[in-house]
Every structure is written in C-alpha cells, then in structure tokens.
Design a protein around this ligand. Structure first.
Ligand code: IMP
Ligand code: MG
Length: 186
C-alpha cells in the first residue's frame, strides 16, 4: 500500500504538469482518426498493457470510428517506486487468436523499452496480420534496447511522470493530465 494517505500529501508531490488534458485530448483524437483511416475494412485488435495504458486505451478506442476489438495483457516491470527491476513478467494474456487480426499495441510509456521488447517478440511469434506500436509517451533518453514506436504522441525528457494511467506506487493513475512526480514533496 502507498505511504501517501492525505490529499495534502497527494497534491504536494505533483511537481508540475507536463502534458495538459487538452493536449492529450487533441493528440488522442488525431491518433484515433489516423487509425480509422489506415485500418478501414481490416480486422483490427487494439492491445493494451495493463495497468498503465488503461486510461489511454479507454479514450483512444472511443476516438476510433471503425469496427475493432480490444484485448488486454498485463506485464510487470516496475514494482514499488521509480526504479525499474529490469524484469518483465506476463501476468495476464490475450484471449484472442491474433493471427486473424491487425494488431496495434497501445502503450502508456516506453522507458527502457524492455517490457515492450519482450511483448513484441511474444506477439510476433503468434503471427498477427500486422503489428504496430502506438505509445502515449516516449522517454528515448532512457532506452536500453533498440526499439522505436510506430507512433509516439509525446516525447518527454528523463523525468518520472504520473497521471493519465501512470502511477507511482499505484497512486496517481486518476489524474486527468501527465505530471512530473516530486520525490520529496513539501
Ligand atoms: P520500460 O520497460 O522501462 O520501457 O517501462 C515499463 C513500464 O514502466 C511502463 O509501461 C510504465 O508502466 C513504467 N514506467 C516507465 N517510466 C515511468 C514513469 O515515468 N512513470 C510511471 N511509470 C513508468
Ligand atoms: Mg506502471
């Protein structure tokens, strides 16, 4: 359980807004329109990695205007706090046979790239009709494996960010914007 108990402490650790709700809304609308145009007439499966991408997926799928299915996977690489464990564990897998679909992985953030790298390898082995990666946030300066998203909505510097699905110790996923996390608080 998180050590953040009071609303005062919760607010004190939100250092600065990095991406506003309005900026996110606009980028998500455009990404949805682009997907709708590109995948028209093709079987489409949006795959989201829980938990971080659940808010992005919920908004993105409503910005897509063509038939599509939704699937969820869960992978863990960060446990408590802000340090990566460097280990990726799949804790929930898809129910769909992806060989029948054009697949877009909908990710919250690409940091070291390890999580996504493992998931891409696993999904490619299942022979999807095509596979692309769409990420809300990209921290390219932190990359440890060679990996580039097909579409990245925002590139951010090496900061630990919270909100819009992203957590610190399971807190802050419910913020409607992306903010920098203040390690100290005041
Ligand atoms: P990667 O494997 O290092 O690319 O990152 C894996 C996961 O770490 C992401 O999907 C996020 O859930 C989490 N993560 C990475 N950077 C941040 C951050 O700045 N804030 C919150 N979670 C993060
Ligand atoms: Mg996370």
């Amino acid at each position: 359980m998180s050590s953040i108990k009071t609303t005062e402490e919760f607010n004190s650790r939100i250092k600065q807004v990095i991406i506003t709700k309005e900026q996110i809304d606009e980028a998500v609308r455009k990404a949805g329109a682009d997907i709708s145009a590109e995948y028209e007439g093709r079987p489409l499966l949006l795959v989201s990695i829980l938990k971080g991408a659940y808010v992005f997926m919920a908004d993105l799928c409503r910005a897509v205007s063509i038939p599509c299915e939704i699937g969820f996977m869960a992978a863990k690489s960060y446990y408590e706090g802000t340090e990566s464990s460097g280990k990726v564990k799949i804790t929930l897998d898809l129910s769909q046979d992806i060989s029948q679909y054009h697949v877009i992985i909908v990710e919250d953030i690409i940091d070291t790239g390890r999580t996504l790298n493992d998931i891409i390898k696993m999904l490619k082995a299942r022979n999807p009709l095509s596979l692309k990666v769409l990420t809300l946030l990209d921290k390219p300066s932190r990359r440890l494996v060679e990996l580039e998203a097909d579409v990245s909505l925002f590139t951010i510097p090496d900061l630990f960010v919270i909100g819009y699905g992203l957590d610190c110790g399971e807190i802050y996923r419910n913020l409607p914007y992306v903010a920098e996390y203040d390690e100290k608080g005041e």
